[in-house]
Design a protein around this ligand. Structure first.
Ligand code: ZN
Length: 246
């Protein structure tokens, strides 16, 4: 069983399409770790795709903010502007779909999915200290998380004194083997707004049979995504940051 893991699409239709095109035929199941909307110019298109795709999708903090489940005051100024725009755009049906998304953690056959961390869907797992607390909060061997928009994650290796090690994908496609007995927190990266200084859309495929995570990147029509953001009257920084992967 191979699972396509997508996270943080953020209304970037062009990036989503490129990931799906590149991954076509390489997966049996589709999972989405939240933040379908926010920042990008295509919230309805992305939600509509998610509803039709049959993906198991959990909610992210931007999905919650777009339907009033978290206060806008928790966002910085630009993100708040983006969310207000998204609220105006979302159809009633799509808003209801976001409102009904389940929170993480959700347990699948061989792994768990969360948006932020196993203990708090809004927590950022940015370093080994964050990861250690997250590993302490879960018994599960393999958890996929998003929210930081950074492809990679953390490993807590069994039978070594190494402690928490970062999982760092290379620039090219990288097959990462999972050791039995060790614990992993794996981030597929962000489809729609990567922040690891690589502007290509990020995703991952988990192969349960071979116990590997394949980190992948997809080039997409960045100029079209940027033009749509500017045409929509969204903050220009949402467009410029895409080209820099920040
Ligand atoms: Zn996000």
């Amino acid at each position: 069983m191979r699972t396509l893991i997508l996270s943080d699409i953020h209304g970037n239709w062009h990036a989503l399409e490129a990931c799906l095109r590149q991954a076509r035929g390489d997966y049996d199941l589709l999972v989405c770790l939240g933040d379908l909307v926010g920042y990008g110019a295509f919230p309805n298109e992305v939600v509509d795709w998610c509803r039709r795709s049959g993906a198991l999708c959990i909610r992210g903090n931007h999905d919650m903010a777009a339907v009033g489940l978290v206060p806008l005051e928790s966002f910085h100024d630009l993100a708040r502007l983006g969310t207000l725009w998204t609220i105006q755009q979302l159809t009633r049906d799509h808003a209801q779909f976001l409102r009904d998304l389940p929170p993480g953690p959700q347990h699948l056959e061989s792994f768990v999915v969360v948006h932020g961390s196993p203990r708090d869907e809004g927590e950022y797992l940015l370093d080994a200290i964050d990861a250690e607390a997250a590993f302490d909060a879960t018994m599960h061997r393999l958890t996929f998380f998003g929210h930081t928009h950074l492809q990679g994650g953390f490993a807590s290796l069994a039978k070594t004194a190494a402690g928490i090690l970062p999982v760092s994908p290379h620039q090219q496609e990288r097959v990462f083997p999972l050791n039995g007995g060790s614990q992993y927190l794996i981030n597929p990266g962000s489809v729609g707004q990567p922040r690891d200084e690589d502007p290509r859309a990020a995703f991952a495929i988990y192969d349960a049979e071979f116990r590997t995570v394949i980190f992948r990147r997809a080039e997409y029509d960045l100029a079209a995504a940027q033009a749509a953001i500017l045409d929509a009257g969204l903050p220009p920084f949402f467009a410029s940051r895409l080209a820099r992967g920040i």
